[in-house]
Design a protein around this ligand. Structure first.
Ligand code: DGP
Length: 115
């Protein structure tokens, strides 16, 4: 058996996490290294999809649930507008291969490029 991802370990309570939303299929935690005033990771409970390419092909409805959760979080914690970023592959900055979306909000206009 492969080792559980860091996000699964957070979900299971083995590692602390700052949860901001949760359904039976998707959960959201604050990023440990925030790049914006609001920086949350939206993550499917299943870790069967490594990246957004696999997720979109395997379960587009789950991807839509992630987008809906991102919108809900941006509305509750910011002004409702947000960036949604999937790093897809190590050379694109992906370090955790349990698919997740970065939700960035409360952005300053001069910091829109670079992450
Ligand atoms: P990526 O580089 O796109 O795979 O994003 C992984 C993100 O996960 C990165 O922004 C930092 C975050 N991260 C890594 N370890 C932890 C952790 O233990 N707790 C939390 N909250 N976030 C973590």
């Amino acid at each position: 058996m492969t080792e559980a991802s860091i996000f699964t370990r957070i979900l299971n309570g083995e590692i602390p996490g700052d949860f901001v939303a949760r359904t039976d299929r998707v959960f959201a935690i604050r990023d440990i290294n925030p790049q914006a005033p609001l920086h949350v990771l939206v993550i499917p409970v299943t870790e069967q999809y490594r990246d957004v390419t696999e997720l979109a092909a395997g379960d587009p409805a789950l991807m839509a649930e992630m987008v809906a959760m991102a919108e809900q979080i941006a509305t509750e914690h910011a002004d409702g507008e947000f960036r949604l970023i999937f790093n897809n592959g190590a050379r694109a900055g992906q370090s955790v291969f349990h698919v997740h979306a970065h939700v960035l909000a409360d952005l300053e206009e001069d910091r829109l490029v670079g992450f």
